[in-house]
Design a protein around this ligand. Sequence first.
Ligand SMILES: NC(=O)c1ccc[n+]([C@@H]2O[C@H](COP(=O)([O-])OP(=O)(O)OC[C@H]3O[C@@H](n4cnc5c(N)ncnc54)[C@H](OP(=O)(O)O)[C@@H]3O)[C@@H](O)[C@H]2O)c1
Length: 307
Amino acid sequence: MSINKYLNKHLPLNFDLSNKIFVITGANSGIGYELAKLFANYNATIVFACRNKEKASNAINNLKKIYMNAKFAYLYLDQNSLESVDEFVNQLFLLYPNFDSLILNAGILFADPDSKTKDGFYLVNGTNFIAIYYLVNKLNQLIVSSSVSYKHKIIFQGSFMTMFSKYKKGALSNKNSHSFKTYNISKLGAESIFYNFVKNNSNTNVVYALAEPGACKSNIYHNLNKILIPIADLFMSVFFHSTEKGALPAFMLAANPNIKNGDILIPRGILSLSGFPKKGKVRKKVKRNYLTILNEAEDLLNSKYNL
Ligand SMILES: NC(=O)c1ccc[n+]([C@@H]2O[C@H](COP(=O)([O-])OP(=O)(O)OC[C@H]3O[C@@H](n4cnc5c(N)ncnc54)[C@H](OP(=O)(O)O)[C@@H]3O)[C@@H](O)[C@H]2O)c1
């Protein structure tokens, strides 16, 4: 089935998102860019939350030419800096207090072993997990204390790699590994934030949802070991699906006004690597580890900032 056919089958006739605002982190590239396209196709307002203004502007200009009825905006967000995360959350709430969905999509795969965020966290966990934990906590505080009652969806971009994660207490203070090891833990962390907020959510104005995109050939593999690239390319062309298809789980969650707190969409294929979205469950690894990994992140954050 083509993506258009899938969308026509699953969305109401004349589906329109004109009055809705969707904020996508890392919208300038890969799955985030495809998500922006999907929202633009239904005339939404899309806020690009990106660290590189030039890349975001180029992406916005490309989409403006195709989707005349969509609206685009930019907000600066660098998940390598908690100061930037603070500023982003404040700006988001100031400029778009009525946003419909925030899709926490930005992420990295590999990093040099010693590289760290501005606050001193090892880069992969700092970007994919700790910054997001900090961001969602800050945003949740603002939503809870707000007198205005808009309904918001906070959508996490998880990964099937969570099921291969091997987390042990202390792992967040280990150097980045130039392999999937650290990445898997960072995505376990991201899915743990989702699970924790779902469990403790007593605010009817916000729902937390999780999307897993499956495996998609995107820029995230750009710093793979050069020798491995031809093998990876071959592997990806057989087992991976397109970034457009990878964007569908997050899109279907955001586009659906009736999603419930805790909803999960993942690709329906083997190991949820590829295919159209189906309902998913919280992964066992997440249920087993979420408290320990979040406590570890909190301890690290408390040593820098007060949560
Ligand atoms: N591709 C897959 O197979 C796959 C599978 C499962 C899950 N995912 C998840 O899907 C999400 C999107 O990945 P993708 O495959 O689309 O990768 P991508 O094409 O590399 O896009 C990643 C996006 O994240 C942004 N980003 C990276 N570090 C950032 C930071 N410090 N602050 C703000 N933005 C930052 C990038 O910005 P720049 O362009 O400025 O670097 C880019 O816009 C990630 O969370 C990833 O873990 C991907």
